[in-house]
Structures are given as C-alpha cells and as structure tokens.
Design a protein around this ligand. Structure first.
Ligand code: DQA
Length: 147
C-alpha cells in the first residue's frame, strides 16, 4: 500500500513555530515517526510539503494512480482552499485530514474546513500523534475497501 503525506504552509517551521501550540517536534521527526509506523503497517510513504497552494494541488494530481490514499495536514489552506478540495474530488483519492492543534477550540475561522466533509475522517488536537492516528485510520479504511 502506498500513501502520500501532504503538508501545507508553514509546517516546514515545526519545531520552532509557536511551540506552545504546535510542540517542538520538527516535520523531519514527525516523518521519521510515520516511517516507523508505516514499516509496521506495510505502507510505503512519500512526503510533500509546500507553502504554495498550487504545488499542493499539483501533488494531489501527480499522486493519482500512484498512491492509494493521502494523509493531509493542509494547514491554513484547510480553511480556504476550494482548489485543494476540488483536486481531491477530481482524483477520487481517499484522504484523512489531520491537525496538530484542536482547530475547534481556536478562532472561529479555523472551525470551518473546506475538506472535512469529503475526507475519510479528521484527527485534530493530538499534536504529532494526530499524524500517527490518522495514518492508522487511513490504512484501516483502505484495507476495508479492498486496497
Ligand atoms: C494546523 C491548524 C491550522 O488552522 C493552521 O493554519 C496550521 C496548522 C494544525 O496542524 O493544527 O497551520 O493545520
């Protein structure tokens, strides 16, 4: 099974970005944790991070046909990007939306996701563990759907 891990704007700064909110683990460390879990689950992971909306759209399009699903933290684009929503709908790629922080306990504009209703599921508020929980959920979903 193959999964793309997609990270949006400013997540390259994890480790130093608002550590009180997002913790001190870097994106590289989160990726290592995912690699370890992926090895246990028999999943090959590829990783893309970009702060550019179009690059994320391109990555979803490029992944179509070569991965079984996407684990996505679209960061701020979660709340704004019709283009990313359309990319997931156009490709039909199953995806799980993850957030380090509990977006429902923050500013009102973060409570709206333009992706959540078309995602397999959403995990938010568990820090880096959101990614690990999200990967487990995505893999279980893909297995149940025969992939
Ligand atoms: C985030 C939550 C978003 O609202 C925010 O714009 C981010 C990070 C999270 O992981 O908690 O950049 O996706």
């Amino acid at each position: 099974m193959r999964v793309l891990v997609l990270d949006g704007p400013n997540l390259n700064l994890l480790g130093t970005r608002e550590p009180g909110r997002y913790g001190t683990r870097t994106l590289a460390e989160i990726r290592s944790d995912l690699e370890r879990l992926g090895a246990d689950l028999g999943v090959d992971l590829t990783f893309v991070q970009s702060s550019a909306e179009g690059d994320l759209v391109d990555a979803v399009q490029a992944a179509s046909g070569s991965v079984d699903g996407v684990l996505a933290n679209p960061a701020a684009y979660t709340h704004t990007s019709i283009a990313l929503r359309d990319a997931f709908l156009a490709t039909g790629l199953p995806f799980v939306e993850v957030h380090l922080s509990n977006v429902h306990g923050r500013e009102p504009f973060r409570r709206r996701s333009l992706l959540a209703d078309v995602a397999v599921g959403v995990v938010a508020g568990f820090g880096p563990d959101s990614y690990l929980l999200g990967l487990r959920g995505l893999v279980a979903h893909l297995e149940a759907s025969g992939r």
